[in-house]
Design a protein around this ligand. Structure first.
Ligand SMILES: NC(=O)c1ccc[n+]([C@@H]2O[C@H](COP(=O)([O-])OP(=O)(O)OC[C@H]3O[C@@H](n4cnc5c(N)ncnc54)[C@H](OP(=O)(O)O)[C@@H]3O)[C@@H](O)[C@H]2O)c1
Length: 326
């Protein structure tokens, strides 16, 4: 495993972080058992992963607690989040603190390393900054968590408006943001700020559905070609991203997707979510490989560098997983 420093938190973290949410929820979202989920976490630990990202809304805090039993507390970095509802401007500081206390109990720990507000839309940001953050920072003083973080709502904020404000406010030590081969706009709009203000970055959406389900990629490319956003040849191809797979290049599209994010300047931790042991080890191996060849990165930038909000799955999306009304 490779380790890096998570921005101004100073935490030493594995460059591959296990996401305990997403569509897999450690496999619990796809019909696997709690024992299987614990096996995924233990296997990640064995491969050197020390950062685990969960949330009140994922229902995986208790499983994470069980899997980490017996592991020295300072050997792992536990990140969790307040519920989505907290971003509602009517939510109270008391409810944020109550959720923090619940998470501490569910996780069976005295402190959380990174406590994050979950999926904060631009319209909810003022409330998060003025009401929720001060109340939570008082709890931080009591030792309940070490660092305050924030995560964006990728589908609701494809231009990273919230993230750009959050970087400058000095309150949030970490930012979780969406970045992938077909949604690259954080390169210009966010990473210069995270680096300037030393905000640690947790990268989400490296693969999601768009690169793990070929039919999803094909449907998205058909939509984009119909709008003149990508060449029609890509939509017509049975293997549109096959150009990335070659000797000296990636071994698969998923391998390419994780490596693409890992080697972006400004990306600290690449989160990956899985309920599958084989995926776990191959994803970690991908994240540890060298960058994609420069010619492939240049082609990805030329083909997709202008796209915004592609492949950010959430309930209000088109069938192809593309943000409607972007
Ligand atoms: N707003 C937020 O705060 C927010 C939003 C989204 C995500 N997140 C965080 O980011 C984490 C990562 O997101 P994600 O879970 O969607 O992860 P991801 O790594 O982008 O995508 C995971 C999806 O791809 C599949 N997959 C993974 N590796 C594969 C492989 N080698 N071959 C084939 N399919 C593969 C997984 O299914 P299998 O189970 O079959 O492997 C899963 O459906 C989440 O768990 C969560 O912690 C936060």
């Amino acid at each position: 495993m490779d380790y890096t420093t998570l921005g101004r938190t100073g935490l030493r973290v594995s460059v591959a972080g296990l996401g305990c949410g997403g569509f897999s929820q450690l496999g619990l979202g796809t019909g696997k058992s709690e024992e299987d989920a614990i096996g995924i976490i233990r296997a990640a630990l064995d491969l050197g992963v020390n950062l685990f990202d969960t949330a009140a809304s994922y229902s995986t805090e208790p499983v994470l607690a069980k899997a980490l039993r017996g592991v020295p507390r300072d050997a792992v970095v536990i990140c969790t989040k307040a519920p989505f509802a907290i971003s509602n401007p009517n939510s109270t500081a008391e409810s944020a603190v109550a959720s923090l206390d619940r998470s501490l109990k569910e996780l069976g720990t005295d402190y959380i390393d990174v406590y994050q507000l979950h999926g904060i839309a631009p319209r909810a940001y003022d409330h998060a900054l003025a009401v929720l953050a001060p109340a939570l920072l008082r709890e931080k003083e009591k030792g309940k968590f070490r660092h305050l973080g924030i995560t964006e709502t990728a589908p609701g904020d494809p231009e990273h408006e919230m993230a750009q404000r959050a970087c400058k406010d000095g309150v949030w030590d970490t930012l979780m943001l969406a970045f992938h081969m077909m949604h690259q706009n954080a390169r210009a709009s966010v990473f210069p700020l995270t680096r300037q203000y030393r905000v640690g970055t947790l990268m989400m959406f490296a693969v999601r559905n768009i690169f793990s389900r070929p039919e999803r990629l094909a449907a998205t490319l058909r939509e984009l070609a119909a709008e003149g956003e990508v060449p029609q040849a890509l939509a017509d191809s049975p293997d549109p991203l096959g150009f990335l797979v070659h000797a000296g290049g990636a071994s698969s599209v998923i391998d390419a997707a994780y490596r693409f994010v890992r080697h972006e300047q400004g990306a600290d931790v690449v989160l990956f979510g899985t309920g599958d042991q084989a995926h776990l080890s191959s994803n970690i191996a991908s994240i540890l490989k060298p960058p994609l060849p420069e010619s492939d990165r240049a082609r990805l930038a030329a083909l997709f560098g202008h796209l915004v909000g592609v492949g950010l799955d959430a309930p209000h999306l088109s069938r192809s997983g593309r943000v409607v009304n972007r």
